[in-house]
Design a protein around this ligand. Structure first.
Ligand code: PBG
Length: 335
């Protein structure tokens, strides 16, 4: 063996591996999603996502208390109102959850709030449907989204995160916030958000499957607004546009199947903070393998987070944020 060709020398012990490692996992880089559902008596487990619940306005505070103890400080809230409409949406429930959280925890945490209409609409779509029910009206949707973002910011949200994929929503939200003197609110855009099959468990938690319910609409899925997985140029253009329109952080979603998009974005926008969302279906896939004793779930999650960081994500949204510190500590016990 040629001594100069020896790559294994630097893999020889955990101490030397510590020194050559380029990624250091930490719960400080993670954002924990939270669901608050109106009209439920007690919290409900979300199928496929162990340790994740649809919380009540009160139980969410207990959950956050325990999360803070685990070192989690960043959250993204999904509010799920009980009544569904096609217009005149009310953001009162989500706003009251936000103010409840901020009254209790103040600046001990950073609270993003997801801005979308899919949990509000009877169709389950992310915007306002036209009368024929065959497409989403862009400008009417953007108007509603900006109104929601303003209400959330007024209720105390530290950041807003539009996930609807309408055109021009980042600019509209930025302008609306500026007019209300809410310039300090951070805007994290779901910029490269793909039309993915990996959102299944989330849609149960958020009661937001498209074309659900008794009166199914003509528009069956989200293909006319979310990005085609086969169109990376669209994702790049959308992200550049969102940055121009005033987004502070750009998100790629889902995570693992779209690592290449993180790399492209990092190259195109070296200065832009990037985030990646390990979405519900990705997370649940690992948990489902673990249930069959085919995988070590904690270490598999750590491996995926490492990959997301490696590809360029500074921040990661994951349902496992609240377990991260324990998992990372445990992984240090391995040789
Ligand atoms: C809403 C939204 C979705 C997710 C976040 N915001 C689902 C969708 O677009 O249907 C998915 C998150 C996850 O799967 O964990 N627009």
């Amino acid at each position: 063996m040629d001594a100069l060709m020896n790559q294994r020398r630097l893999r020889g012990s955990r101490w030397i591996r510590d020194l050559v490692r380029e990624i250091h996992l930490s719960e400080t880089r993670l954002i924990q999603p939270l669901f608050a559902a109106e009209g439920i008596r007690s919290r409900e487990a979300v199928p496929g996502l162990p340790g994740v619940h649809r919380e009540t306005k009160d139980s969410i505070l207990t959950q956050i208390d325990s999360d803070l103890e685990k070192g989690v400080r960043k959250f993204i809230l999904f509010g799920v109102p009980s009544s569904k409409q096609e217009d005149s949406f009310s953001h009162a429930f989500t706003s009251s959850v936000i103010s409840g959280i901020k009254e209790r925890f103040g600046s001990d945490l950073f609270l993003f709030v997801d801005v979308c209409l899919c949990s509000h609409t009877s169709s389950g779509h992310c915007g306002v449907l036209n009368e024929e029910g065959d497409h989403l009206e862009n400008d009417a949707s953007v108007k509603e989204l900006a109104r929601a973002a303003l209400e959330y910011a007024e209720a105390g949200a530290d950041g807003v995160a539009p996930s609807d994929m309408m055109d021009g929503r980042v600019r509209a939200i930025r302008e609306t916030l500026a007019e209300a003197d809410l310039d300090r609110v951070v805007l994290m855009s779901y910029a490269a958000k793909f039309h993915s099959r990996f959102y299944g468990p989330f849609r149960v938690a958020a009661d937001s499957a498209p074309a659900k319910g008794a009166s199914p609409v003509k528009l069956k899925d989200r293909a006319t607004y979310q990005i085609d997985p086969a169109a990376p140029a669209d994702a790049l253009a959308s992200a550049l546009r969102d940055r121009e329109e005033g987004a502070d952080l750009l998100m790629v979603k889902p995570g693992l199947p779209y690592l290449d998009m993180l790399v492209h974005l990092r190259q195109a926008l070296p200065d832009a903070p990037l985030a990646a969302y390990e979405v519900s279906g990705e997370y649940a896939a690992i948990e489902a393998l673990a249930e069959k004793n085919l995988i070590d779930a904690p270490r598999a999650h750590l491996e995926c987070w490492t990959a997301l960081h490696r590809a360029g994500a500074g921040a990661i949204l994951t349902y496992g944020a609240r377990f991260a510190r324990d998992w990372i500590k445990k992984s240090e016990e391995y040789t």
